[in-house]
Design a binder for this molecule. Structure first.
Ligand SMILES: Cc1cc2nc3c(=O)[nH]c(=O)nc-3n(C[C@H](O)[C@H](O)[C@H](O)COP(=O)(O)OP(=O)(O)OC[C@H]3O[C@@H](n4cnc5c(N)ncnc54)[C@H](O)[C@@H]3O)c2cc1C
Length: 446
């Protein structure tokens, strides 16, 4: 399923290609959008920077176990000749062209072979979410990863059999990561959830509204699950050897080979913000009831750009699928089919509300970093260096925080949490791009 479709729209090697609907992200939201829009016959391009479709939850790899639903969705996509799946392809920025068709949006795309401009009448952003990583002493040691990060590595073939693994942070992803590690033969010695038992008990009681989720949570809950607990420090000389964990005010040191630590999810909003969208109260892309992106200037400047799934706020794959399908129907003018899904979306929005309420981060997590703890690991910027700065731009100018390879995707989110700063999104280039890609543009990005 990966790689360009043989009958890709537009000139095979041309620098500018055109389609009706461009969907960025082939996770549950993007796939649902494509399947909803496909019966219209519209020319659809569905792209993802991963080598296979599925997004985070259905990430493929040599050691992945894809559920039947994921395989069915892939087969359904393959049945539509007008859906051109382009895996291993990413949006690297906006493409501003002097002779662009004013009715079309234009994004700059790149894959292993080269770069090109993709023009589209409608764009549906389904860019998902990433993990929130918070700095603590030792978090840059080899052996320490995000919780979803370790899960992705294991699915990609990382051997963990016999290794002792501590999973820590917050949210249901900890259970999924621990499950994947156990399946890979690891010994999960502790799963440390920062939320208190009282919040977890209320969350659990509320799951009667979503019985499937209750069954899933019960089946994944490990014996080593602890609430009101978090990691304090990772120890090791050159590689991780143990972690100090705090539970109910008491510290203990636990020997381990790996620490998988993620503090919930953070919507990938940068592309939507570059297109003019604004953020909602959950730091996701703000959308109206038809999933159109909302910007400071209202809908006028953003006509034809929609967003769906976890880039609008985290809330699980079911919510992503409902939102994606609504966006797909709207993009091809099938308003009635979109309306029919509003109740389903509302049901999963309520689940997302429960997740946000009960897994809210405890204030203690703001104080894990010590003066010498690196906050920006790309540019080696310490917490003490940032404490003296007044905001994100001041920190970038004086310390190079956020100016390395990840362009602030990790440390920007951390400083938002630790300092209350508001990192600005990139202006033209979303990700590092090859010079050849930029040089081949009909006219360079401004
Ligand atoms: C690391 C991680 C692991 C997770 N594992 C689980 C799990 O095991 N179980 C579970 O229930 N939930 C899991 N989740 C939660 C999960 O994200 C969702 O419930 C579900 O996958 C969301 O679907 P989505 O389509 O909205 O976004 P995603 O599934 O995140 O899909 C978005 C896709 O867009 C692609 N993308 C983003 N930007 C670009 C770009 N510029 N160019 C090209 N492609 C781009 C991404 O690579 C990704 O494939 C995980 C989340 C994360 C961050």
């Amino acid at each position: 399923m990966s790689g360009p479709h043989p009958s890709s729209p537009g000139p095979a090697q041309g620098p500018v290609r055109e389609c009706d609907v461009l969907i960025v992200g082939a996770g549950p939201a993007g796939i649902a959008a494509a399947l909803a829009a496909a019966p219209s016959g519209a020319r659809i391009v569905l792209l993802d920077d991963n080598p296979a479709p599925g997004g985070q939850i259905w990430r493929d790899g040599p050691a992945a176990h894809l559920p039947p639903a994921a395989l069915q969705q892939r087969e359904a996509l393959a049945r539509h000749a007008n859906v051109h799946l382009r895996c291993g392809t990413r949006v690297v920025g906006l493409a501003r062209m002097t002779h662009a068709n004013p009715g079309l949006h234009a994004l700059l795309l790149e894959n292993a072979e080269g770069g090109w401009v993709q023009q589209a009448r409608h764009i549906i952003l389904c860019t998902g979410a990433r993990e929130l990583l918070l700095p603590f002493p030792g978090w840059t040691l080899p052996g320490v990863t995000g919780a979803g990060g370790l899960q992705a590595l294991i699915k990609g073939g990382l051997p963990v059999a016999g290794q002792r693994i501590v999973v820590a942070g917050s949210g249901p992803l900890l259970l999924a990561a621990a499950h994947t590690a156990r399946r890979g033969g690891a010994q999960v010695v502790a799963v440390m959830e920062q939320a208190p038992w009282s919040a977890l008990a209320r969350f659990g009681a509320g799951l009667v509204r979503w019985p499937g989720k209750a069954v899933q949570a019960a089946s994944l809950l490990p014996a080593a699950y602890r609430a009101d607990s978090h990691v304090v420090r990772a120890h090791g000389a050159g590689a991780l050897q143990s972690v100090t964990l705090r539970q109910g005010g008491n510290d203990r040191e636990v020997a381990c080979d790996r620490l998988a630590c993620g503090f919930g999810l953070l919507p990938n909003t940068e592309l939507g913000q570059m297109l003019g969208g604004r953020l909602n109260e959950r730091q996701g892309l703000a959308v109206d009831s038809a999933q159109h992106l909302l910007g400071e200037a209202g809908l006028d400047g953003l006509s034809g750009v929609l967003a769906a799934g976890e880039c609008t706020g985290f809330g699980g794959s079911e919510r992503s699928r409902a939102e994606g399908a609504i966006a797909g129907h709207i993009a091809v003018g099938n308003v009635a089919a979109a309306r029919a899904l509003h109740a389903e979306r509302a049901r999963w929005h309520a689940f997302a509300d429960a997740l946000h309420r009960h897994f809210a981060l405890q204030p203690a997590l703001r104080h894990l970093a010590e003066p010498d703890t690196l906050v920006c690991r790309c540019e080696d910027v310490r917490y003490a260096d940032l404490k003296e700065r007044t905001g994100w731009i001041d920190a970038k100018l004086h310390t190079r925080c956020g100016m390395g390879a990840c362009q602030g995707r990790i440390c920007g989110a951390a400083t938002r949490h630790l300092m209350g700063w508001t990192p600005a999104p990139p202006r033209h280039l979303l990700a590092p791009a090859r010079i050849a890609t930029l040089a081949a543009l009909p006219s360079s990005p401004e």
